[in-house]
Structure formats: C-alpha cells, structure tokens
Design a protein around this ligand. Structure first.
Ligand SMILES: Nc1nc2c(ncn2[C@@H]2O[C@H](COP(=O)(O)OP(=O)(O)OP(=O)(O)O)[C@@H](O)[C@H]2O)c(=O)[nH]1
Ligand SMILES: [Zn+2]
Length: 202
C-alpha cells in the first residue's frame, strides 16, 4: 500500500492555453520535495490507448526553463508534453535536479566539465553519487493516482527497472528522440556509455 495520497488536483492551461493539464499535489512524502503529477487526458480519446503514457522527468532548471543546450531535458519535456497530450497519461515532474545532487552542485559539476571531465567524473570529484535518484517515489505517486501499468517514455532502462521493483508494470518502453546539438553530444554519449541509455545517434 502506498502512503501517498492525492492532496489537490488543479487544471492549468499550459503552452499559452493550447494544452490543458491537471497539476496534482500529494500528501505523505516525508522528503518535502514537492514532486508533481501532471495529467493529460489525451486528445486521441480513451479507446486509442488504454495504458497511460508516462514520463518520469527529473527537474533540470537550466534545461527545462531556460532551454540549456548543455543537456536535452528541455526538448525531452516538450516532446513529452506533445506525446502525452495526444495519447493521454502523466508527466511525473520529479524534483531531482542534477540527477539528485541539486542545482548548486550541478553548477560545480559543470565547472569541472568545462575543465575536461565528463559528467560522471565531475560528480565523483565532488564526492557525490553519479546518480542519486530513487524512482520508488514515482511508483508511489502512480499508485496514489490509481495507475498500476504504464507505457514508459524514456531511454533509461533503470527507470523501468525501479518501477517494476516497486510494483508497477511496464507494458512498453517508448524511446524519446535524441536531441543532439553542438554542446551536448559528449553528455549524451557519456550517458549512453555509462548508464546504458539506449540512444541511437545519427
Ligand atoms: N549531476 C549532473 N546532472 C545533470 C547533468 N546534466 C543533466 N543533469 C541532470 O540529469 C537529469 C536528467 O537525467 P538524464 O540522465 O539526462 O536522463 P534520464 O532522465 O535518466 O533518462 P531519460 O528518461 O532517457 O531522459 C536532470 O535532473 C538534469 O538536471 C550533469 O552534467 N551533471
Ligand atoms: Zn538538463
């Protein structure tokens, strides 16, 4: 049983009102992180996809809000809104900035990357975990939402693994596009090598 319960559901017209999204808060998460569920009803109708498309999106202020070219988070979030608004499902916006190390530490890691270290070496030099994220909270959020089976939008097999370990069925892995630019190629290649992300480059 999940200890999380839904606290509030509020409709917010996003993308300048083009897309209706329901933002959902939760009670019962001791971390105080304020993870958010975002529900999209789906423009294709319920019959098209009975299993919700779900993205576990780790917060990235630089990418999500400012469109940073150092990563692909902003583009992935846009892609997720497009697809999930069509097909119906949820974005779980997880407050796991910098793969869980926080924004200030991510900036420290970026400063080291500017000296030639890769993303994972930089975290090691800061004595921080290369990935401090626990996706168990996402499974609890899904259970509170009454969702026990998902189609998961990700290139990160660890997310699916962790959901399954916490009792959520993953019916399908839906890959995200590879949003490569002149700044983030090394970051994406490192991710593919170190984290077994399934990224297909041109
Ligand atoms: N520590 C650290 N975190 C980063 C760096 N670049 C991006 N991030 C964070 O990485 C998180 C996104 O995770 P990724 O590993 O890019 O992708 P993923 O979410 O595991 O996998 P996908 O579902 O395929 O997108 C966000 O929280 C970003 O803030 C970096 O250089 N160092
Ligand atoms: Zn990012």
């Amino acid at each position: 049983m999940s200890d999380l319960t839904i606290k509030r559901r509020v409709m917010i017209p996003v993308r300048a009102g083009d897309v209706m999204a329901e933002f959902i808060s939760f009670d019962g998460d001791d971390s105080g992180k304020e993870h958010i569920g975002i529900f999209f009803e789906g423009t294709q109708g319920k019959e098209a996809n009975s299993i919700p498309l779900v993205r576990l999106h780790s917060e990235c202020l630089t990418g999500d809000v400012f469109g940073s070219g150092r990563c692909d988070c902003g583009e992935q979030l846009d892609e997720a809104i497009d697809l999930i608004n069509e097909q119906g499902g949820y974005i779980l916006y997880l407050r796991q900035e910098g793969r869980g190390i926080g924004l200030y530490a991510k900036l420290e890691a970026y400063a080291l990357q500017d000296k030639g270290y890769d993303t994972y070496q930089a975290n090691e030099m800061l004595h921080l975990p290369d990935d401090g994220r626990d996706f168990g909270i996402a499974a609890e959020m899904l259970k509170a939402l009454g969702v026990d089976e998902v189609r998961l939008l990700t290139n990160n097999p660890d997310k699916a693994q962790q959901l399954i370990e916490h009792g959520i069925s993953v019916a399908e892995l839906v890959p995200t596009k590879v949003h490569v630019n002149q700044h983030n190629r090394l970051y994406l290649e490192t991710k593919a090598k170190r984290k077994l992300h399934t990224l297909k480059f041109d």
